[in-house]
Design a protein around this ligand. Structure first.
Ligand code: ATR
Length: 282
């Protein structure tokens, strides 16, 4: 690649984004020249921003909260992953068209199975939360054939809607996956034990805040995984560890791995993620 590749990350807020340094690390591995900027973009400014960016020679954009869903409507082609997630975290230009894809679920399963050596096959998995973050990861989890998948959300009806939506898109019976959805009641949460518990709620964005889960939830848990990443252990991670989870992790590895998959879509190059995975977060 001789020409500087024009890339960006957009969302609102955006100042906290670590994407520029992640992609710069990937680019350095191949001596590729990139320009990667952060831009504060809302759903109101998204259409104009995308038009200008791609008209100006832009190659690819990472898309973060809260515009992952609305961004789909600006793409000419939508990948299966993005269609199943009803959201995209990447848009890129190819053959005069804009393609939308969702690499979040790939990033998560790559981190769980590849980095943390925690296979999802035949496992019982609990997902806390039923918002956009849950939508982004569930299709990729289903692809790994867990034995059981449960979605528990503060607003139980939202979990049921998400389940219904997915059942209309994926043949879960054919995959032999037991799929349940409900609220955060102790009865629903404690009616199973879970190999893996994933926190996709936005609670960890508020420092010191607890979801208020029953302690017994984590007995028998091999891995408690928070999609949020931070320098300190989140309250979810602390509580999971104190109450019996063998291993806890934040979502830094997922962020790096989804970035690597996005970088591959933009460049056809597969970066090595190991250095970034080791790097402490400041
Ligand atoms: P995102 O796109 O990051 O998933 P979202 O769509 O706003 O953001 O969803 C946030 C998720 O966190 C929701 O599942 C929300 O539960 P509700 O659907 O009941 O709102 C969950 N959440 C937010 N605050 C919470 C809290 N204090 N306790 C439990 N769940 C919470």
């Amino acid at each position: 690649m001789d020409k500087k590749l024009k890339l960006a990350v957009i969302g609102h807020p955006i100042s906290h984004s670590r994407s520029p340094e992640i992609h710069q690390d990937f680019a350095n591995q191949f001596n590729a020249k990139i320009e990667f900027r952060k831009h504060d973009v809302t759903s109101d400014t998204l259409g104009t921003w995308l038009t200008d960016f791609f008209k100006d020679g832009g190659k690819g954009v990472s898309i973060t909260l809260p515009i992952k869903e609305v961004a789909l409507s600006f793409a000419d082609e939508i990948s299966d992953r993005a269609r199943l997630a009803s959201a995209c975290n990447v848009i890129y230009a190819k053959d005069e068209k804009l393609f939308a894809d969702c690499t979040d679920g790939f990033g998560l399963t790559q981190d769980l199975e590849g980095n943390l050596k925690t296979s999802l096959k035949n496992k019982k998995i609990l997902i806390l939360g039923a918002g956009g973050a849950a939508r982004g990861i569930i299709p990729s989890i289903i692809e790994k054939y867990p034995a059981k998948l449960k979605i528990a959300n503060r607003t139980g009806s939202k979990a049921l809607l998400l389940k219904k939506d997915l059942e209309g898109k994926v043949n879960l019976k054919e995959k032999n996956i037991i799929f349940e959805a409900g609220g955060l009641s102790d009865d629903f949460l404690l009616s199973d034990s879970y190999d893996i518990v994933i926190n996709s709620t936005s609670v960890s964005t508020q420092v010191g805040k607890s979801i208020g889960l029953p302690k017994a939830l984590f007995s028998g848990t091999r891995l408690a995984y928070d999609l949020f990443y931070s320098a300190e252990k989140t309250v979810f991670m602390q509580e999971a560890f104190e109450n019996g989870a063998e291993k806890v992790s934040d979502g830094w590895g997922m962020l790096v791995e989804q970035g690597a998959e996005s970088f591959r879509l933009w460049t056809n190059l597969i970066p090595d993620t190991s250095r970034l995975l080791e790097k402490p977060i400041d």
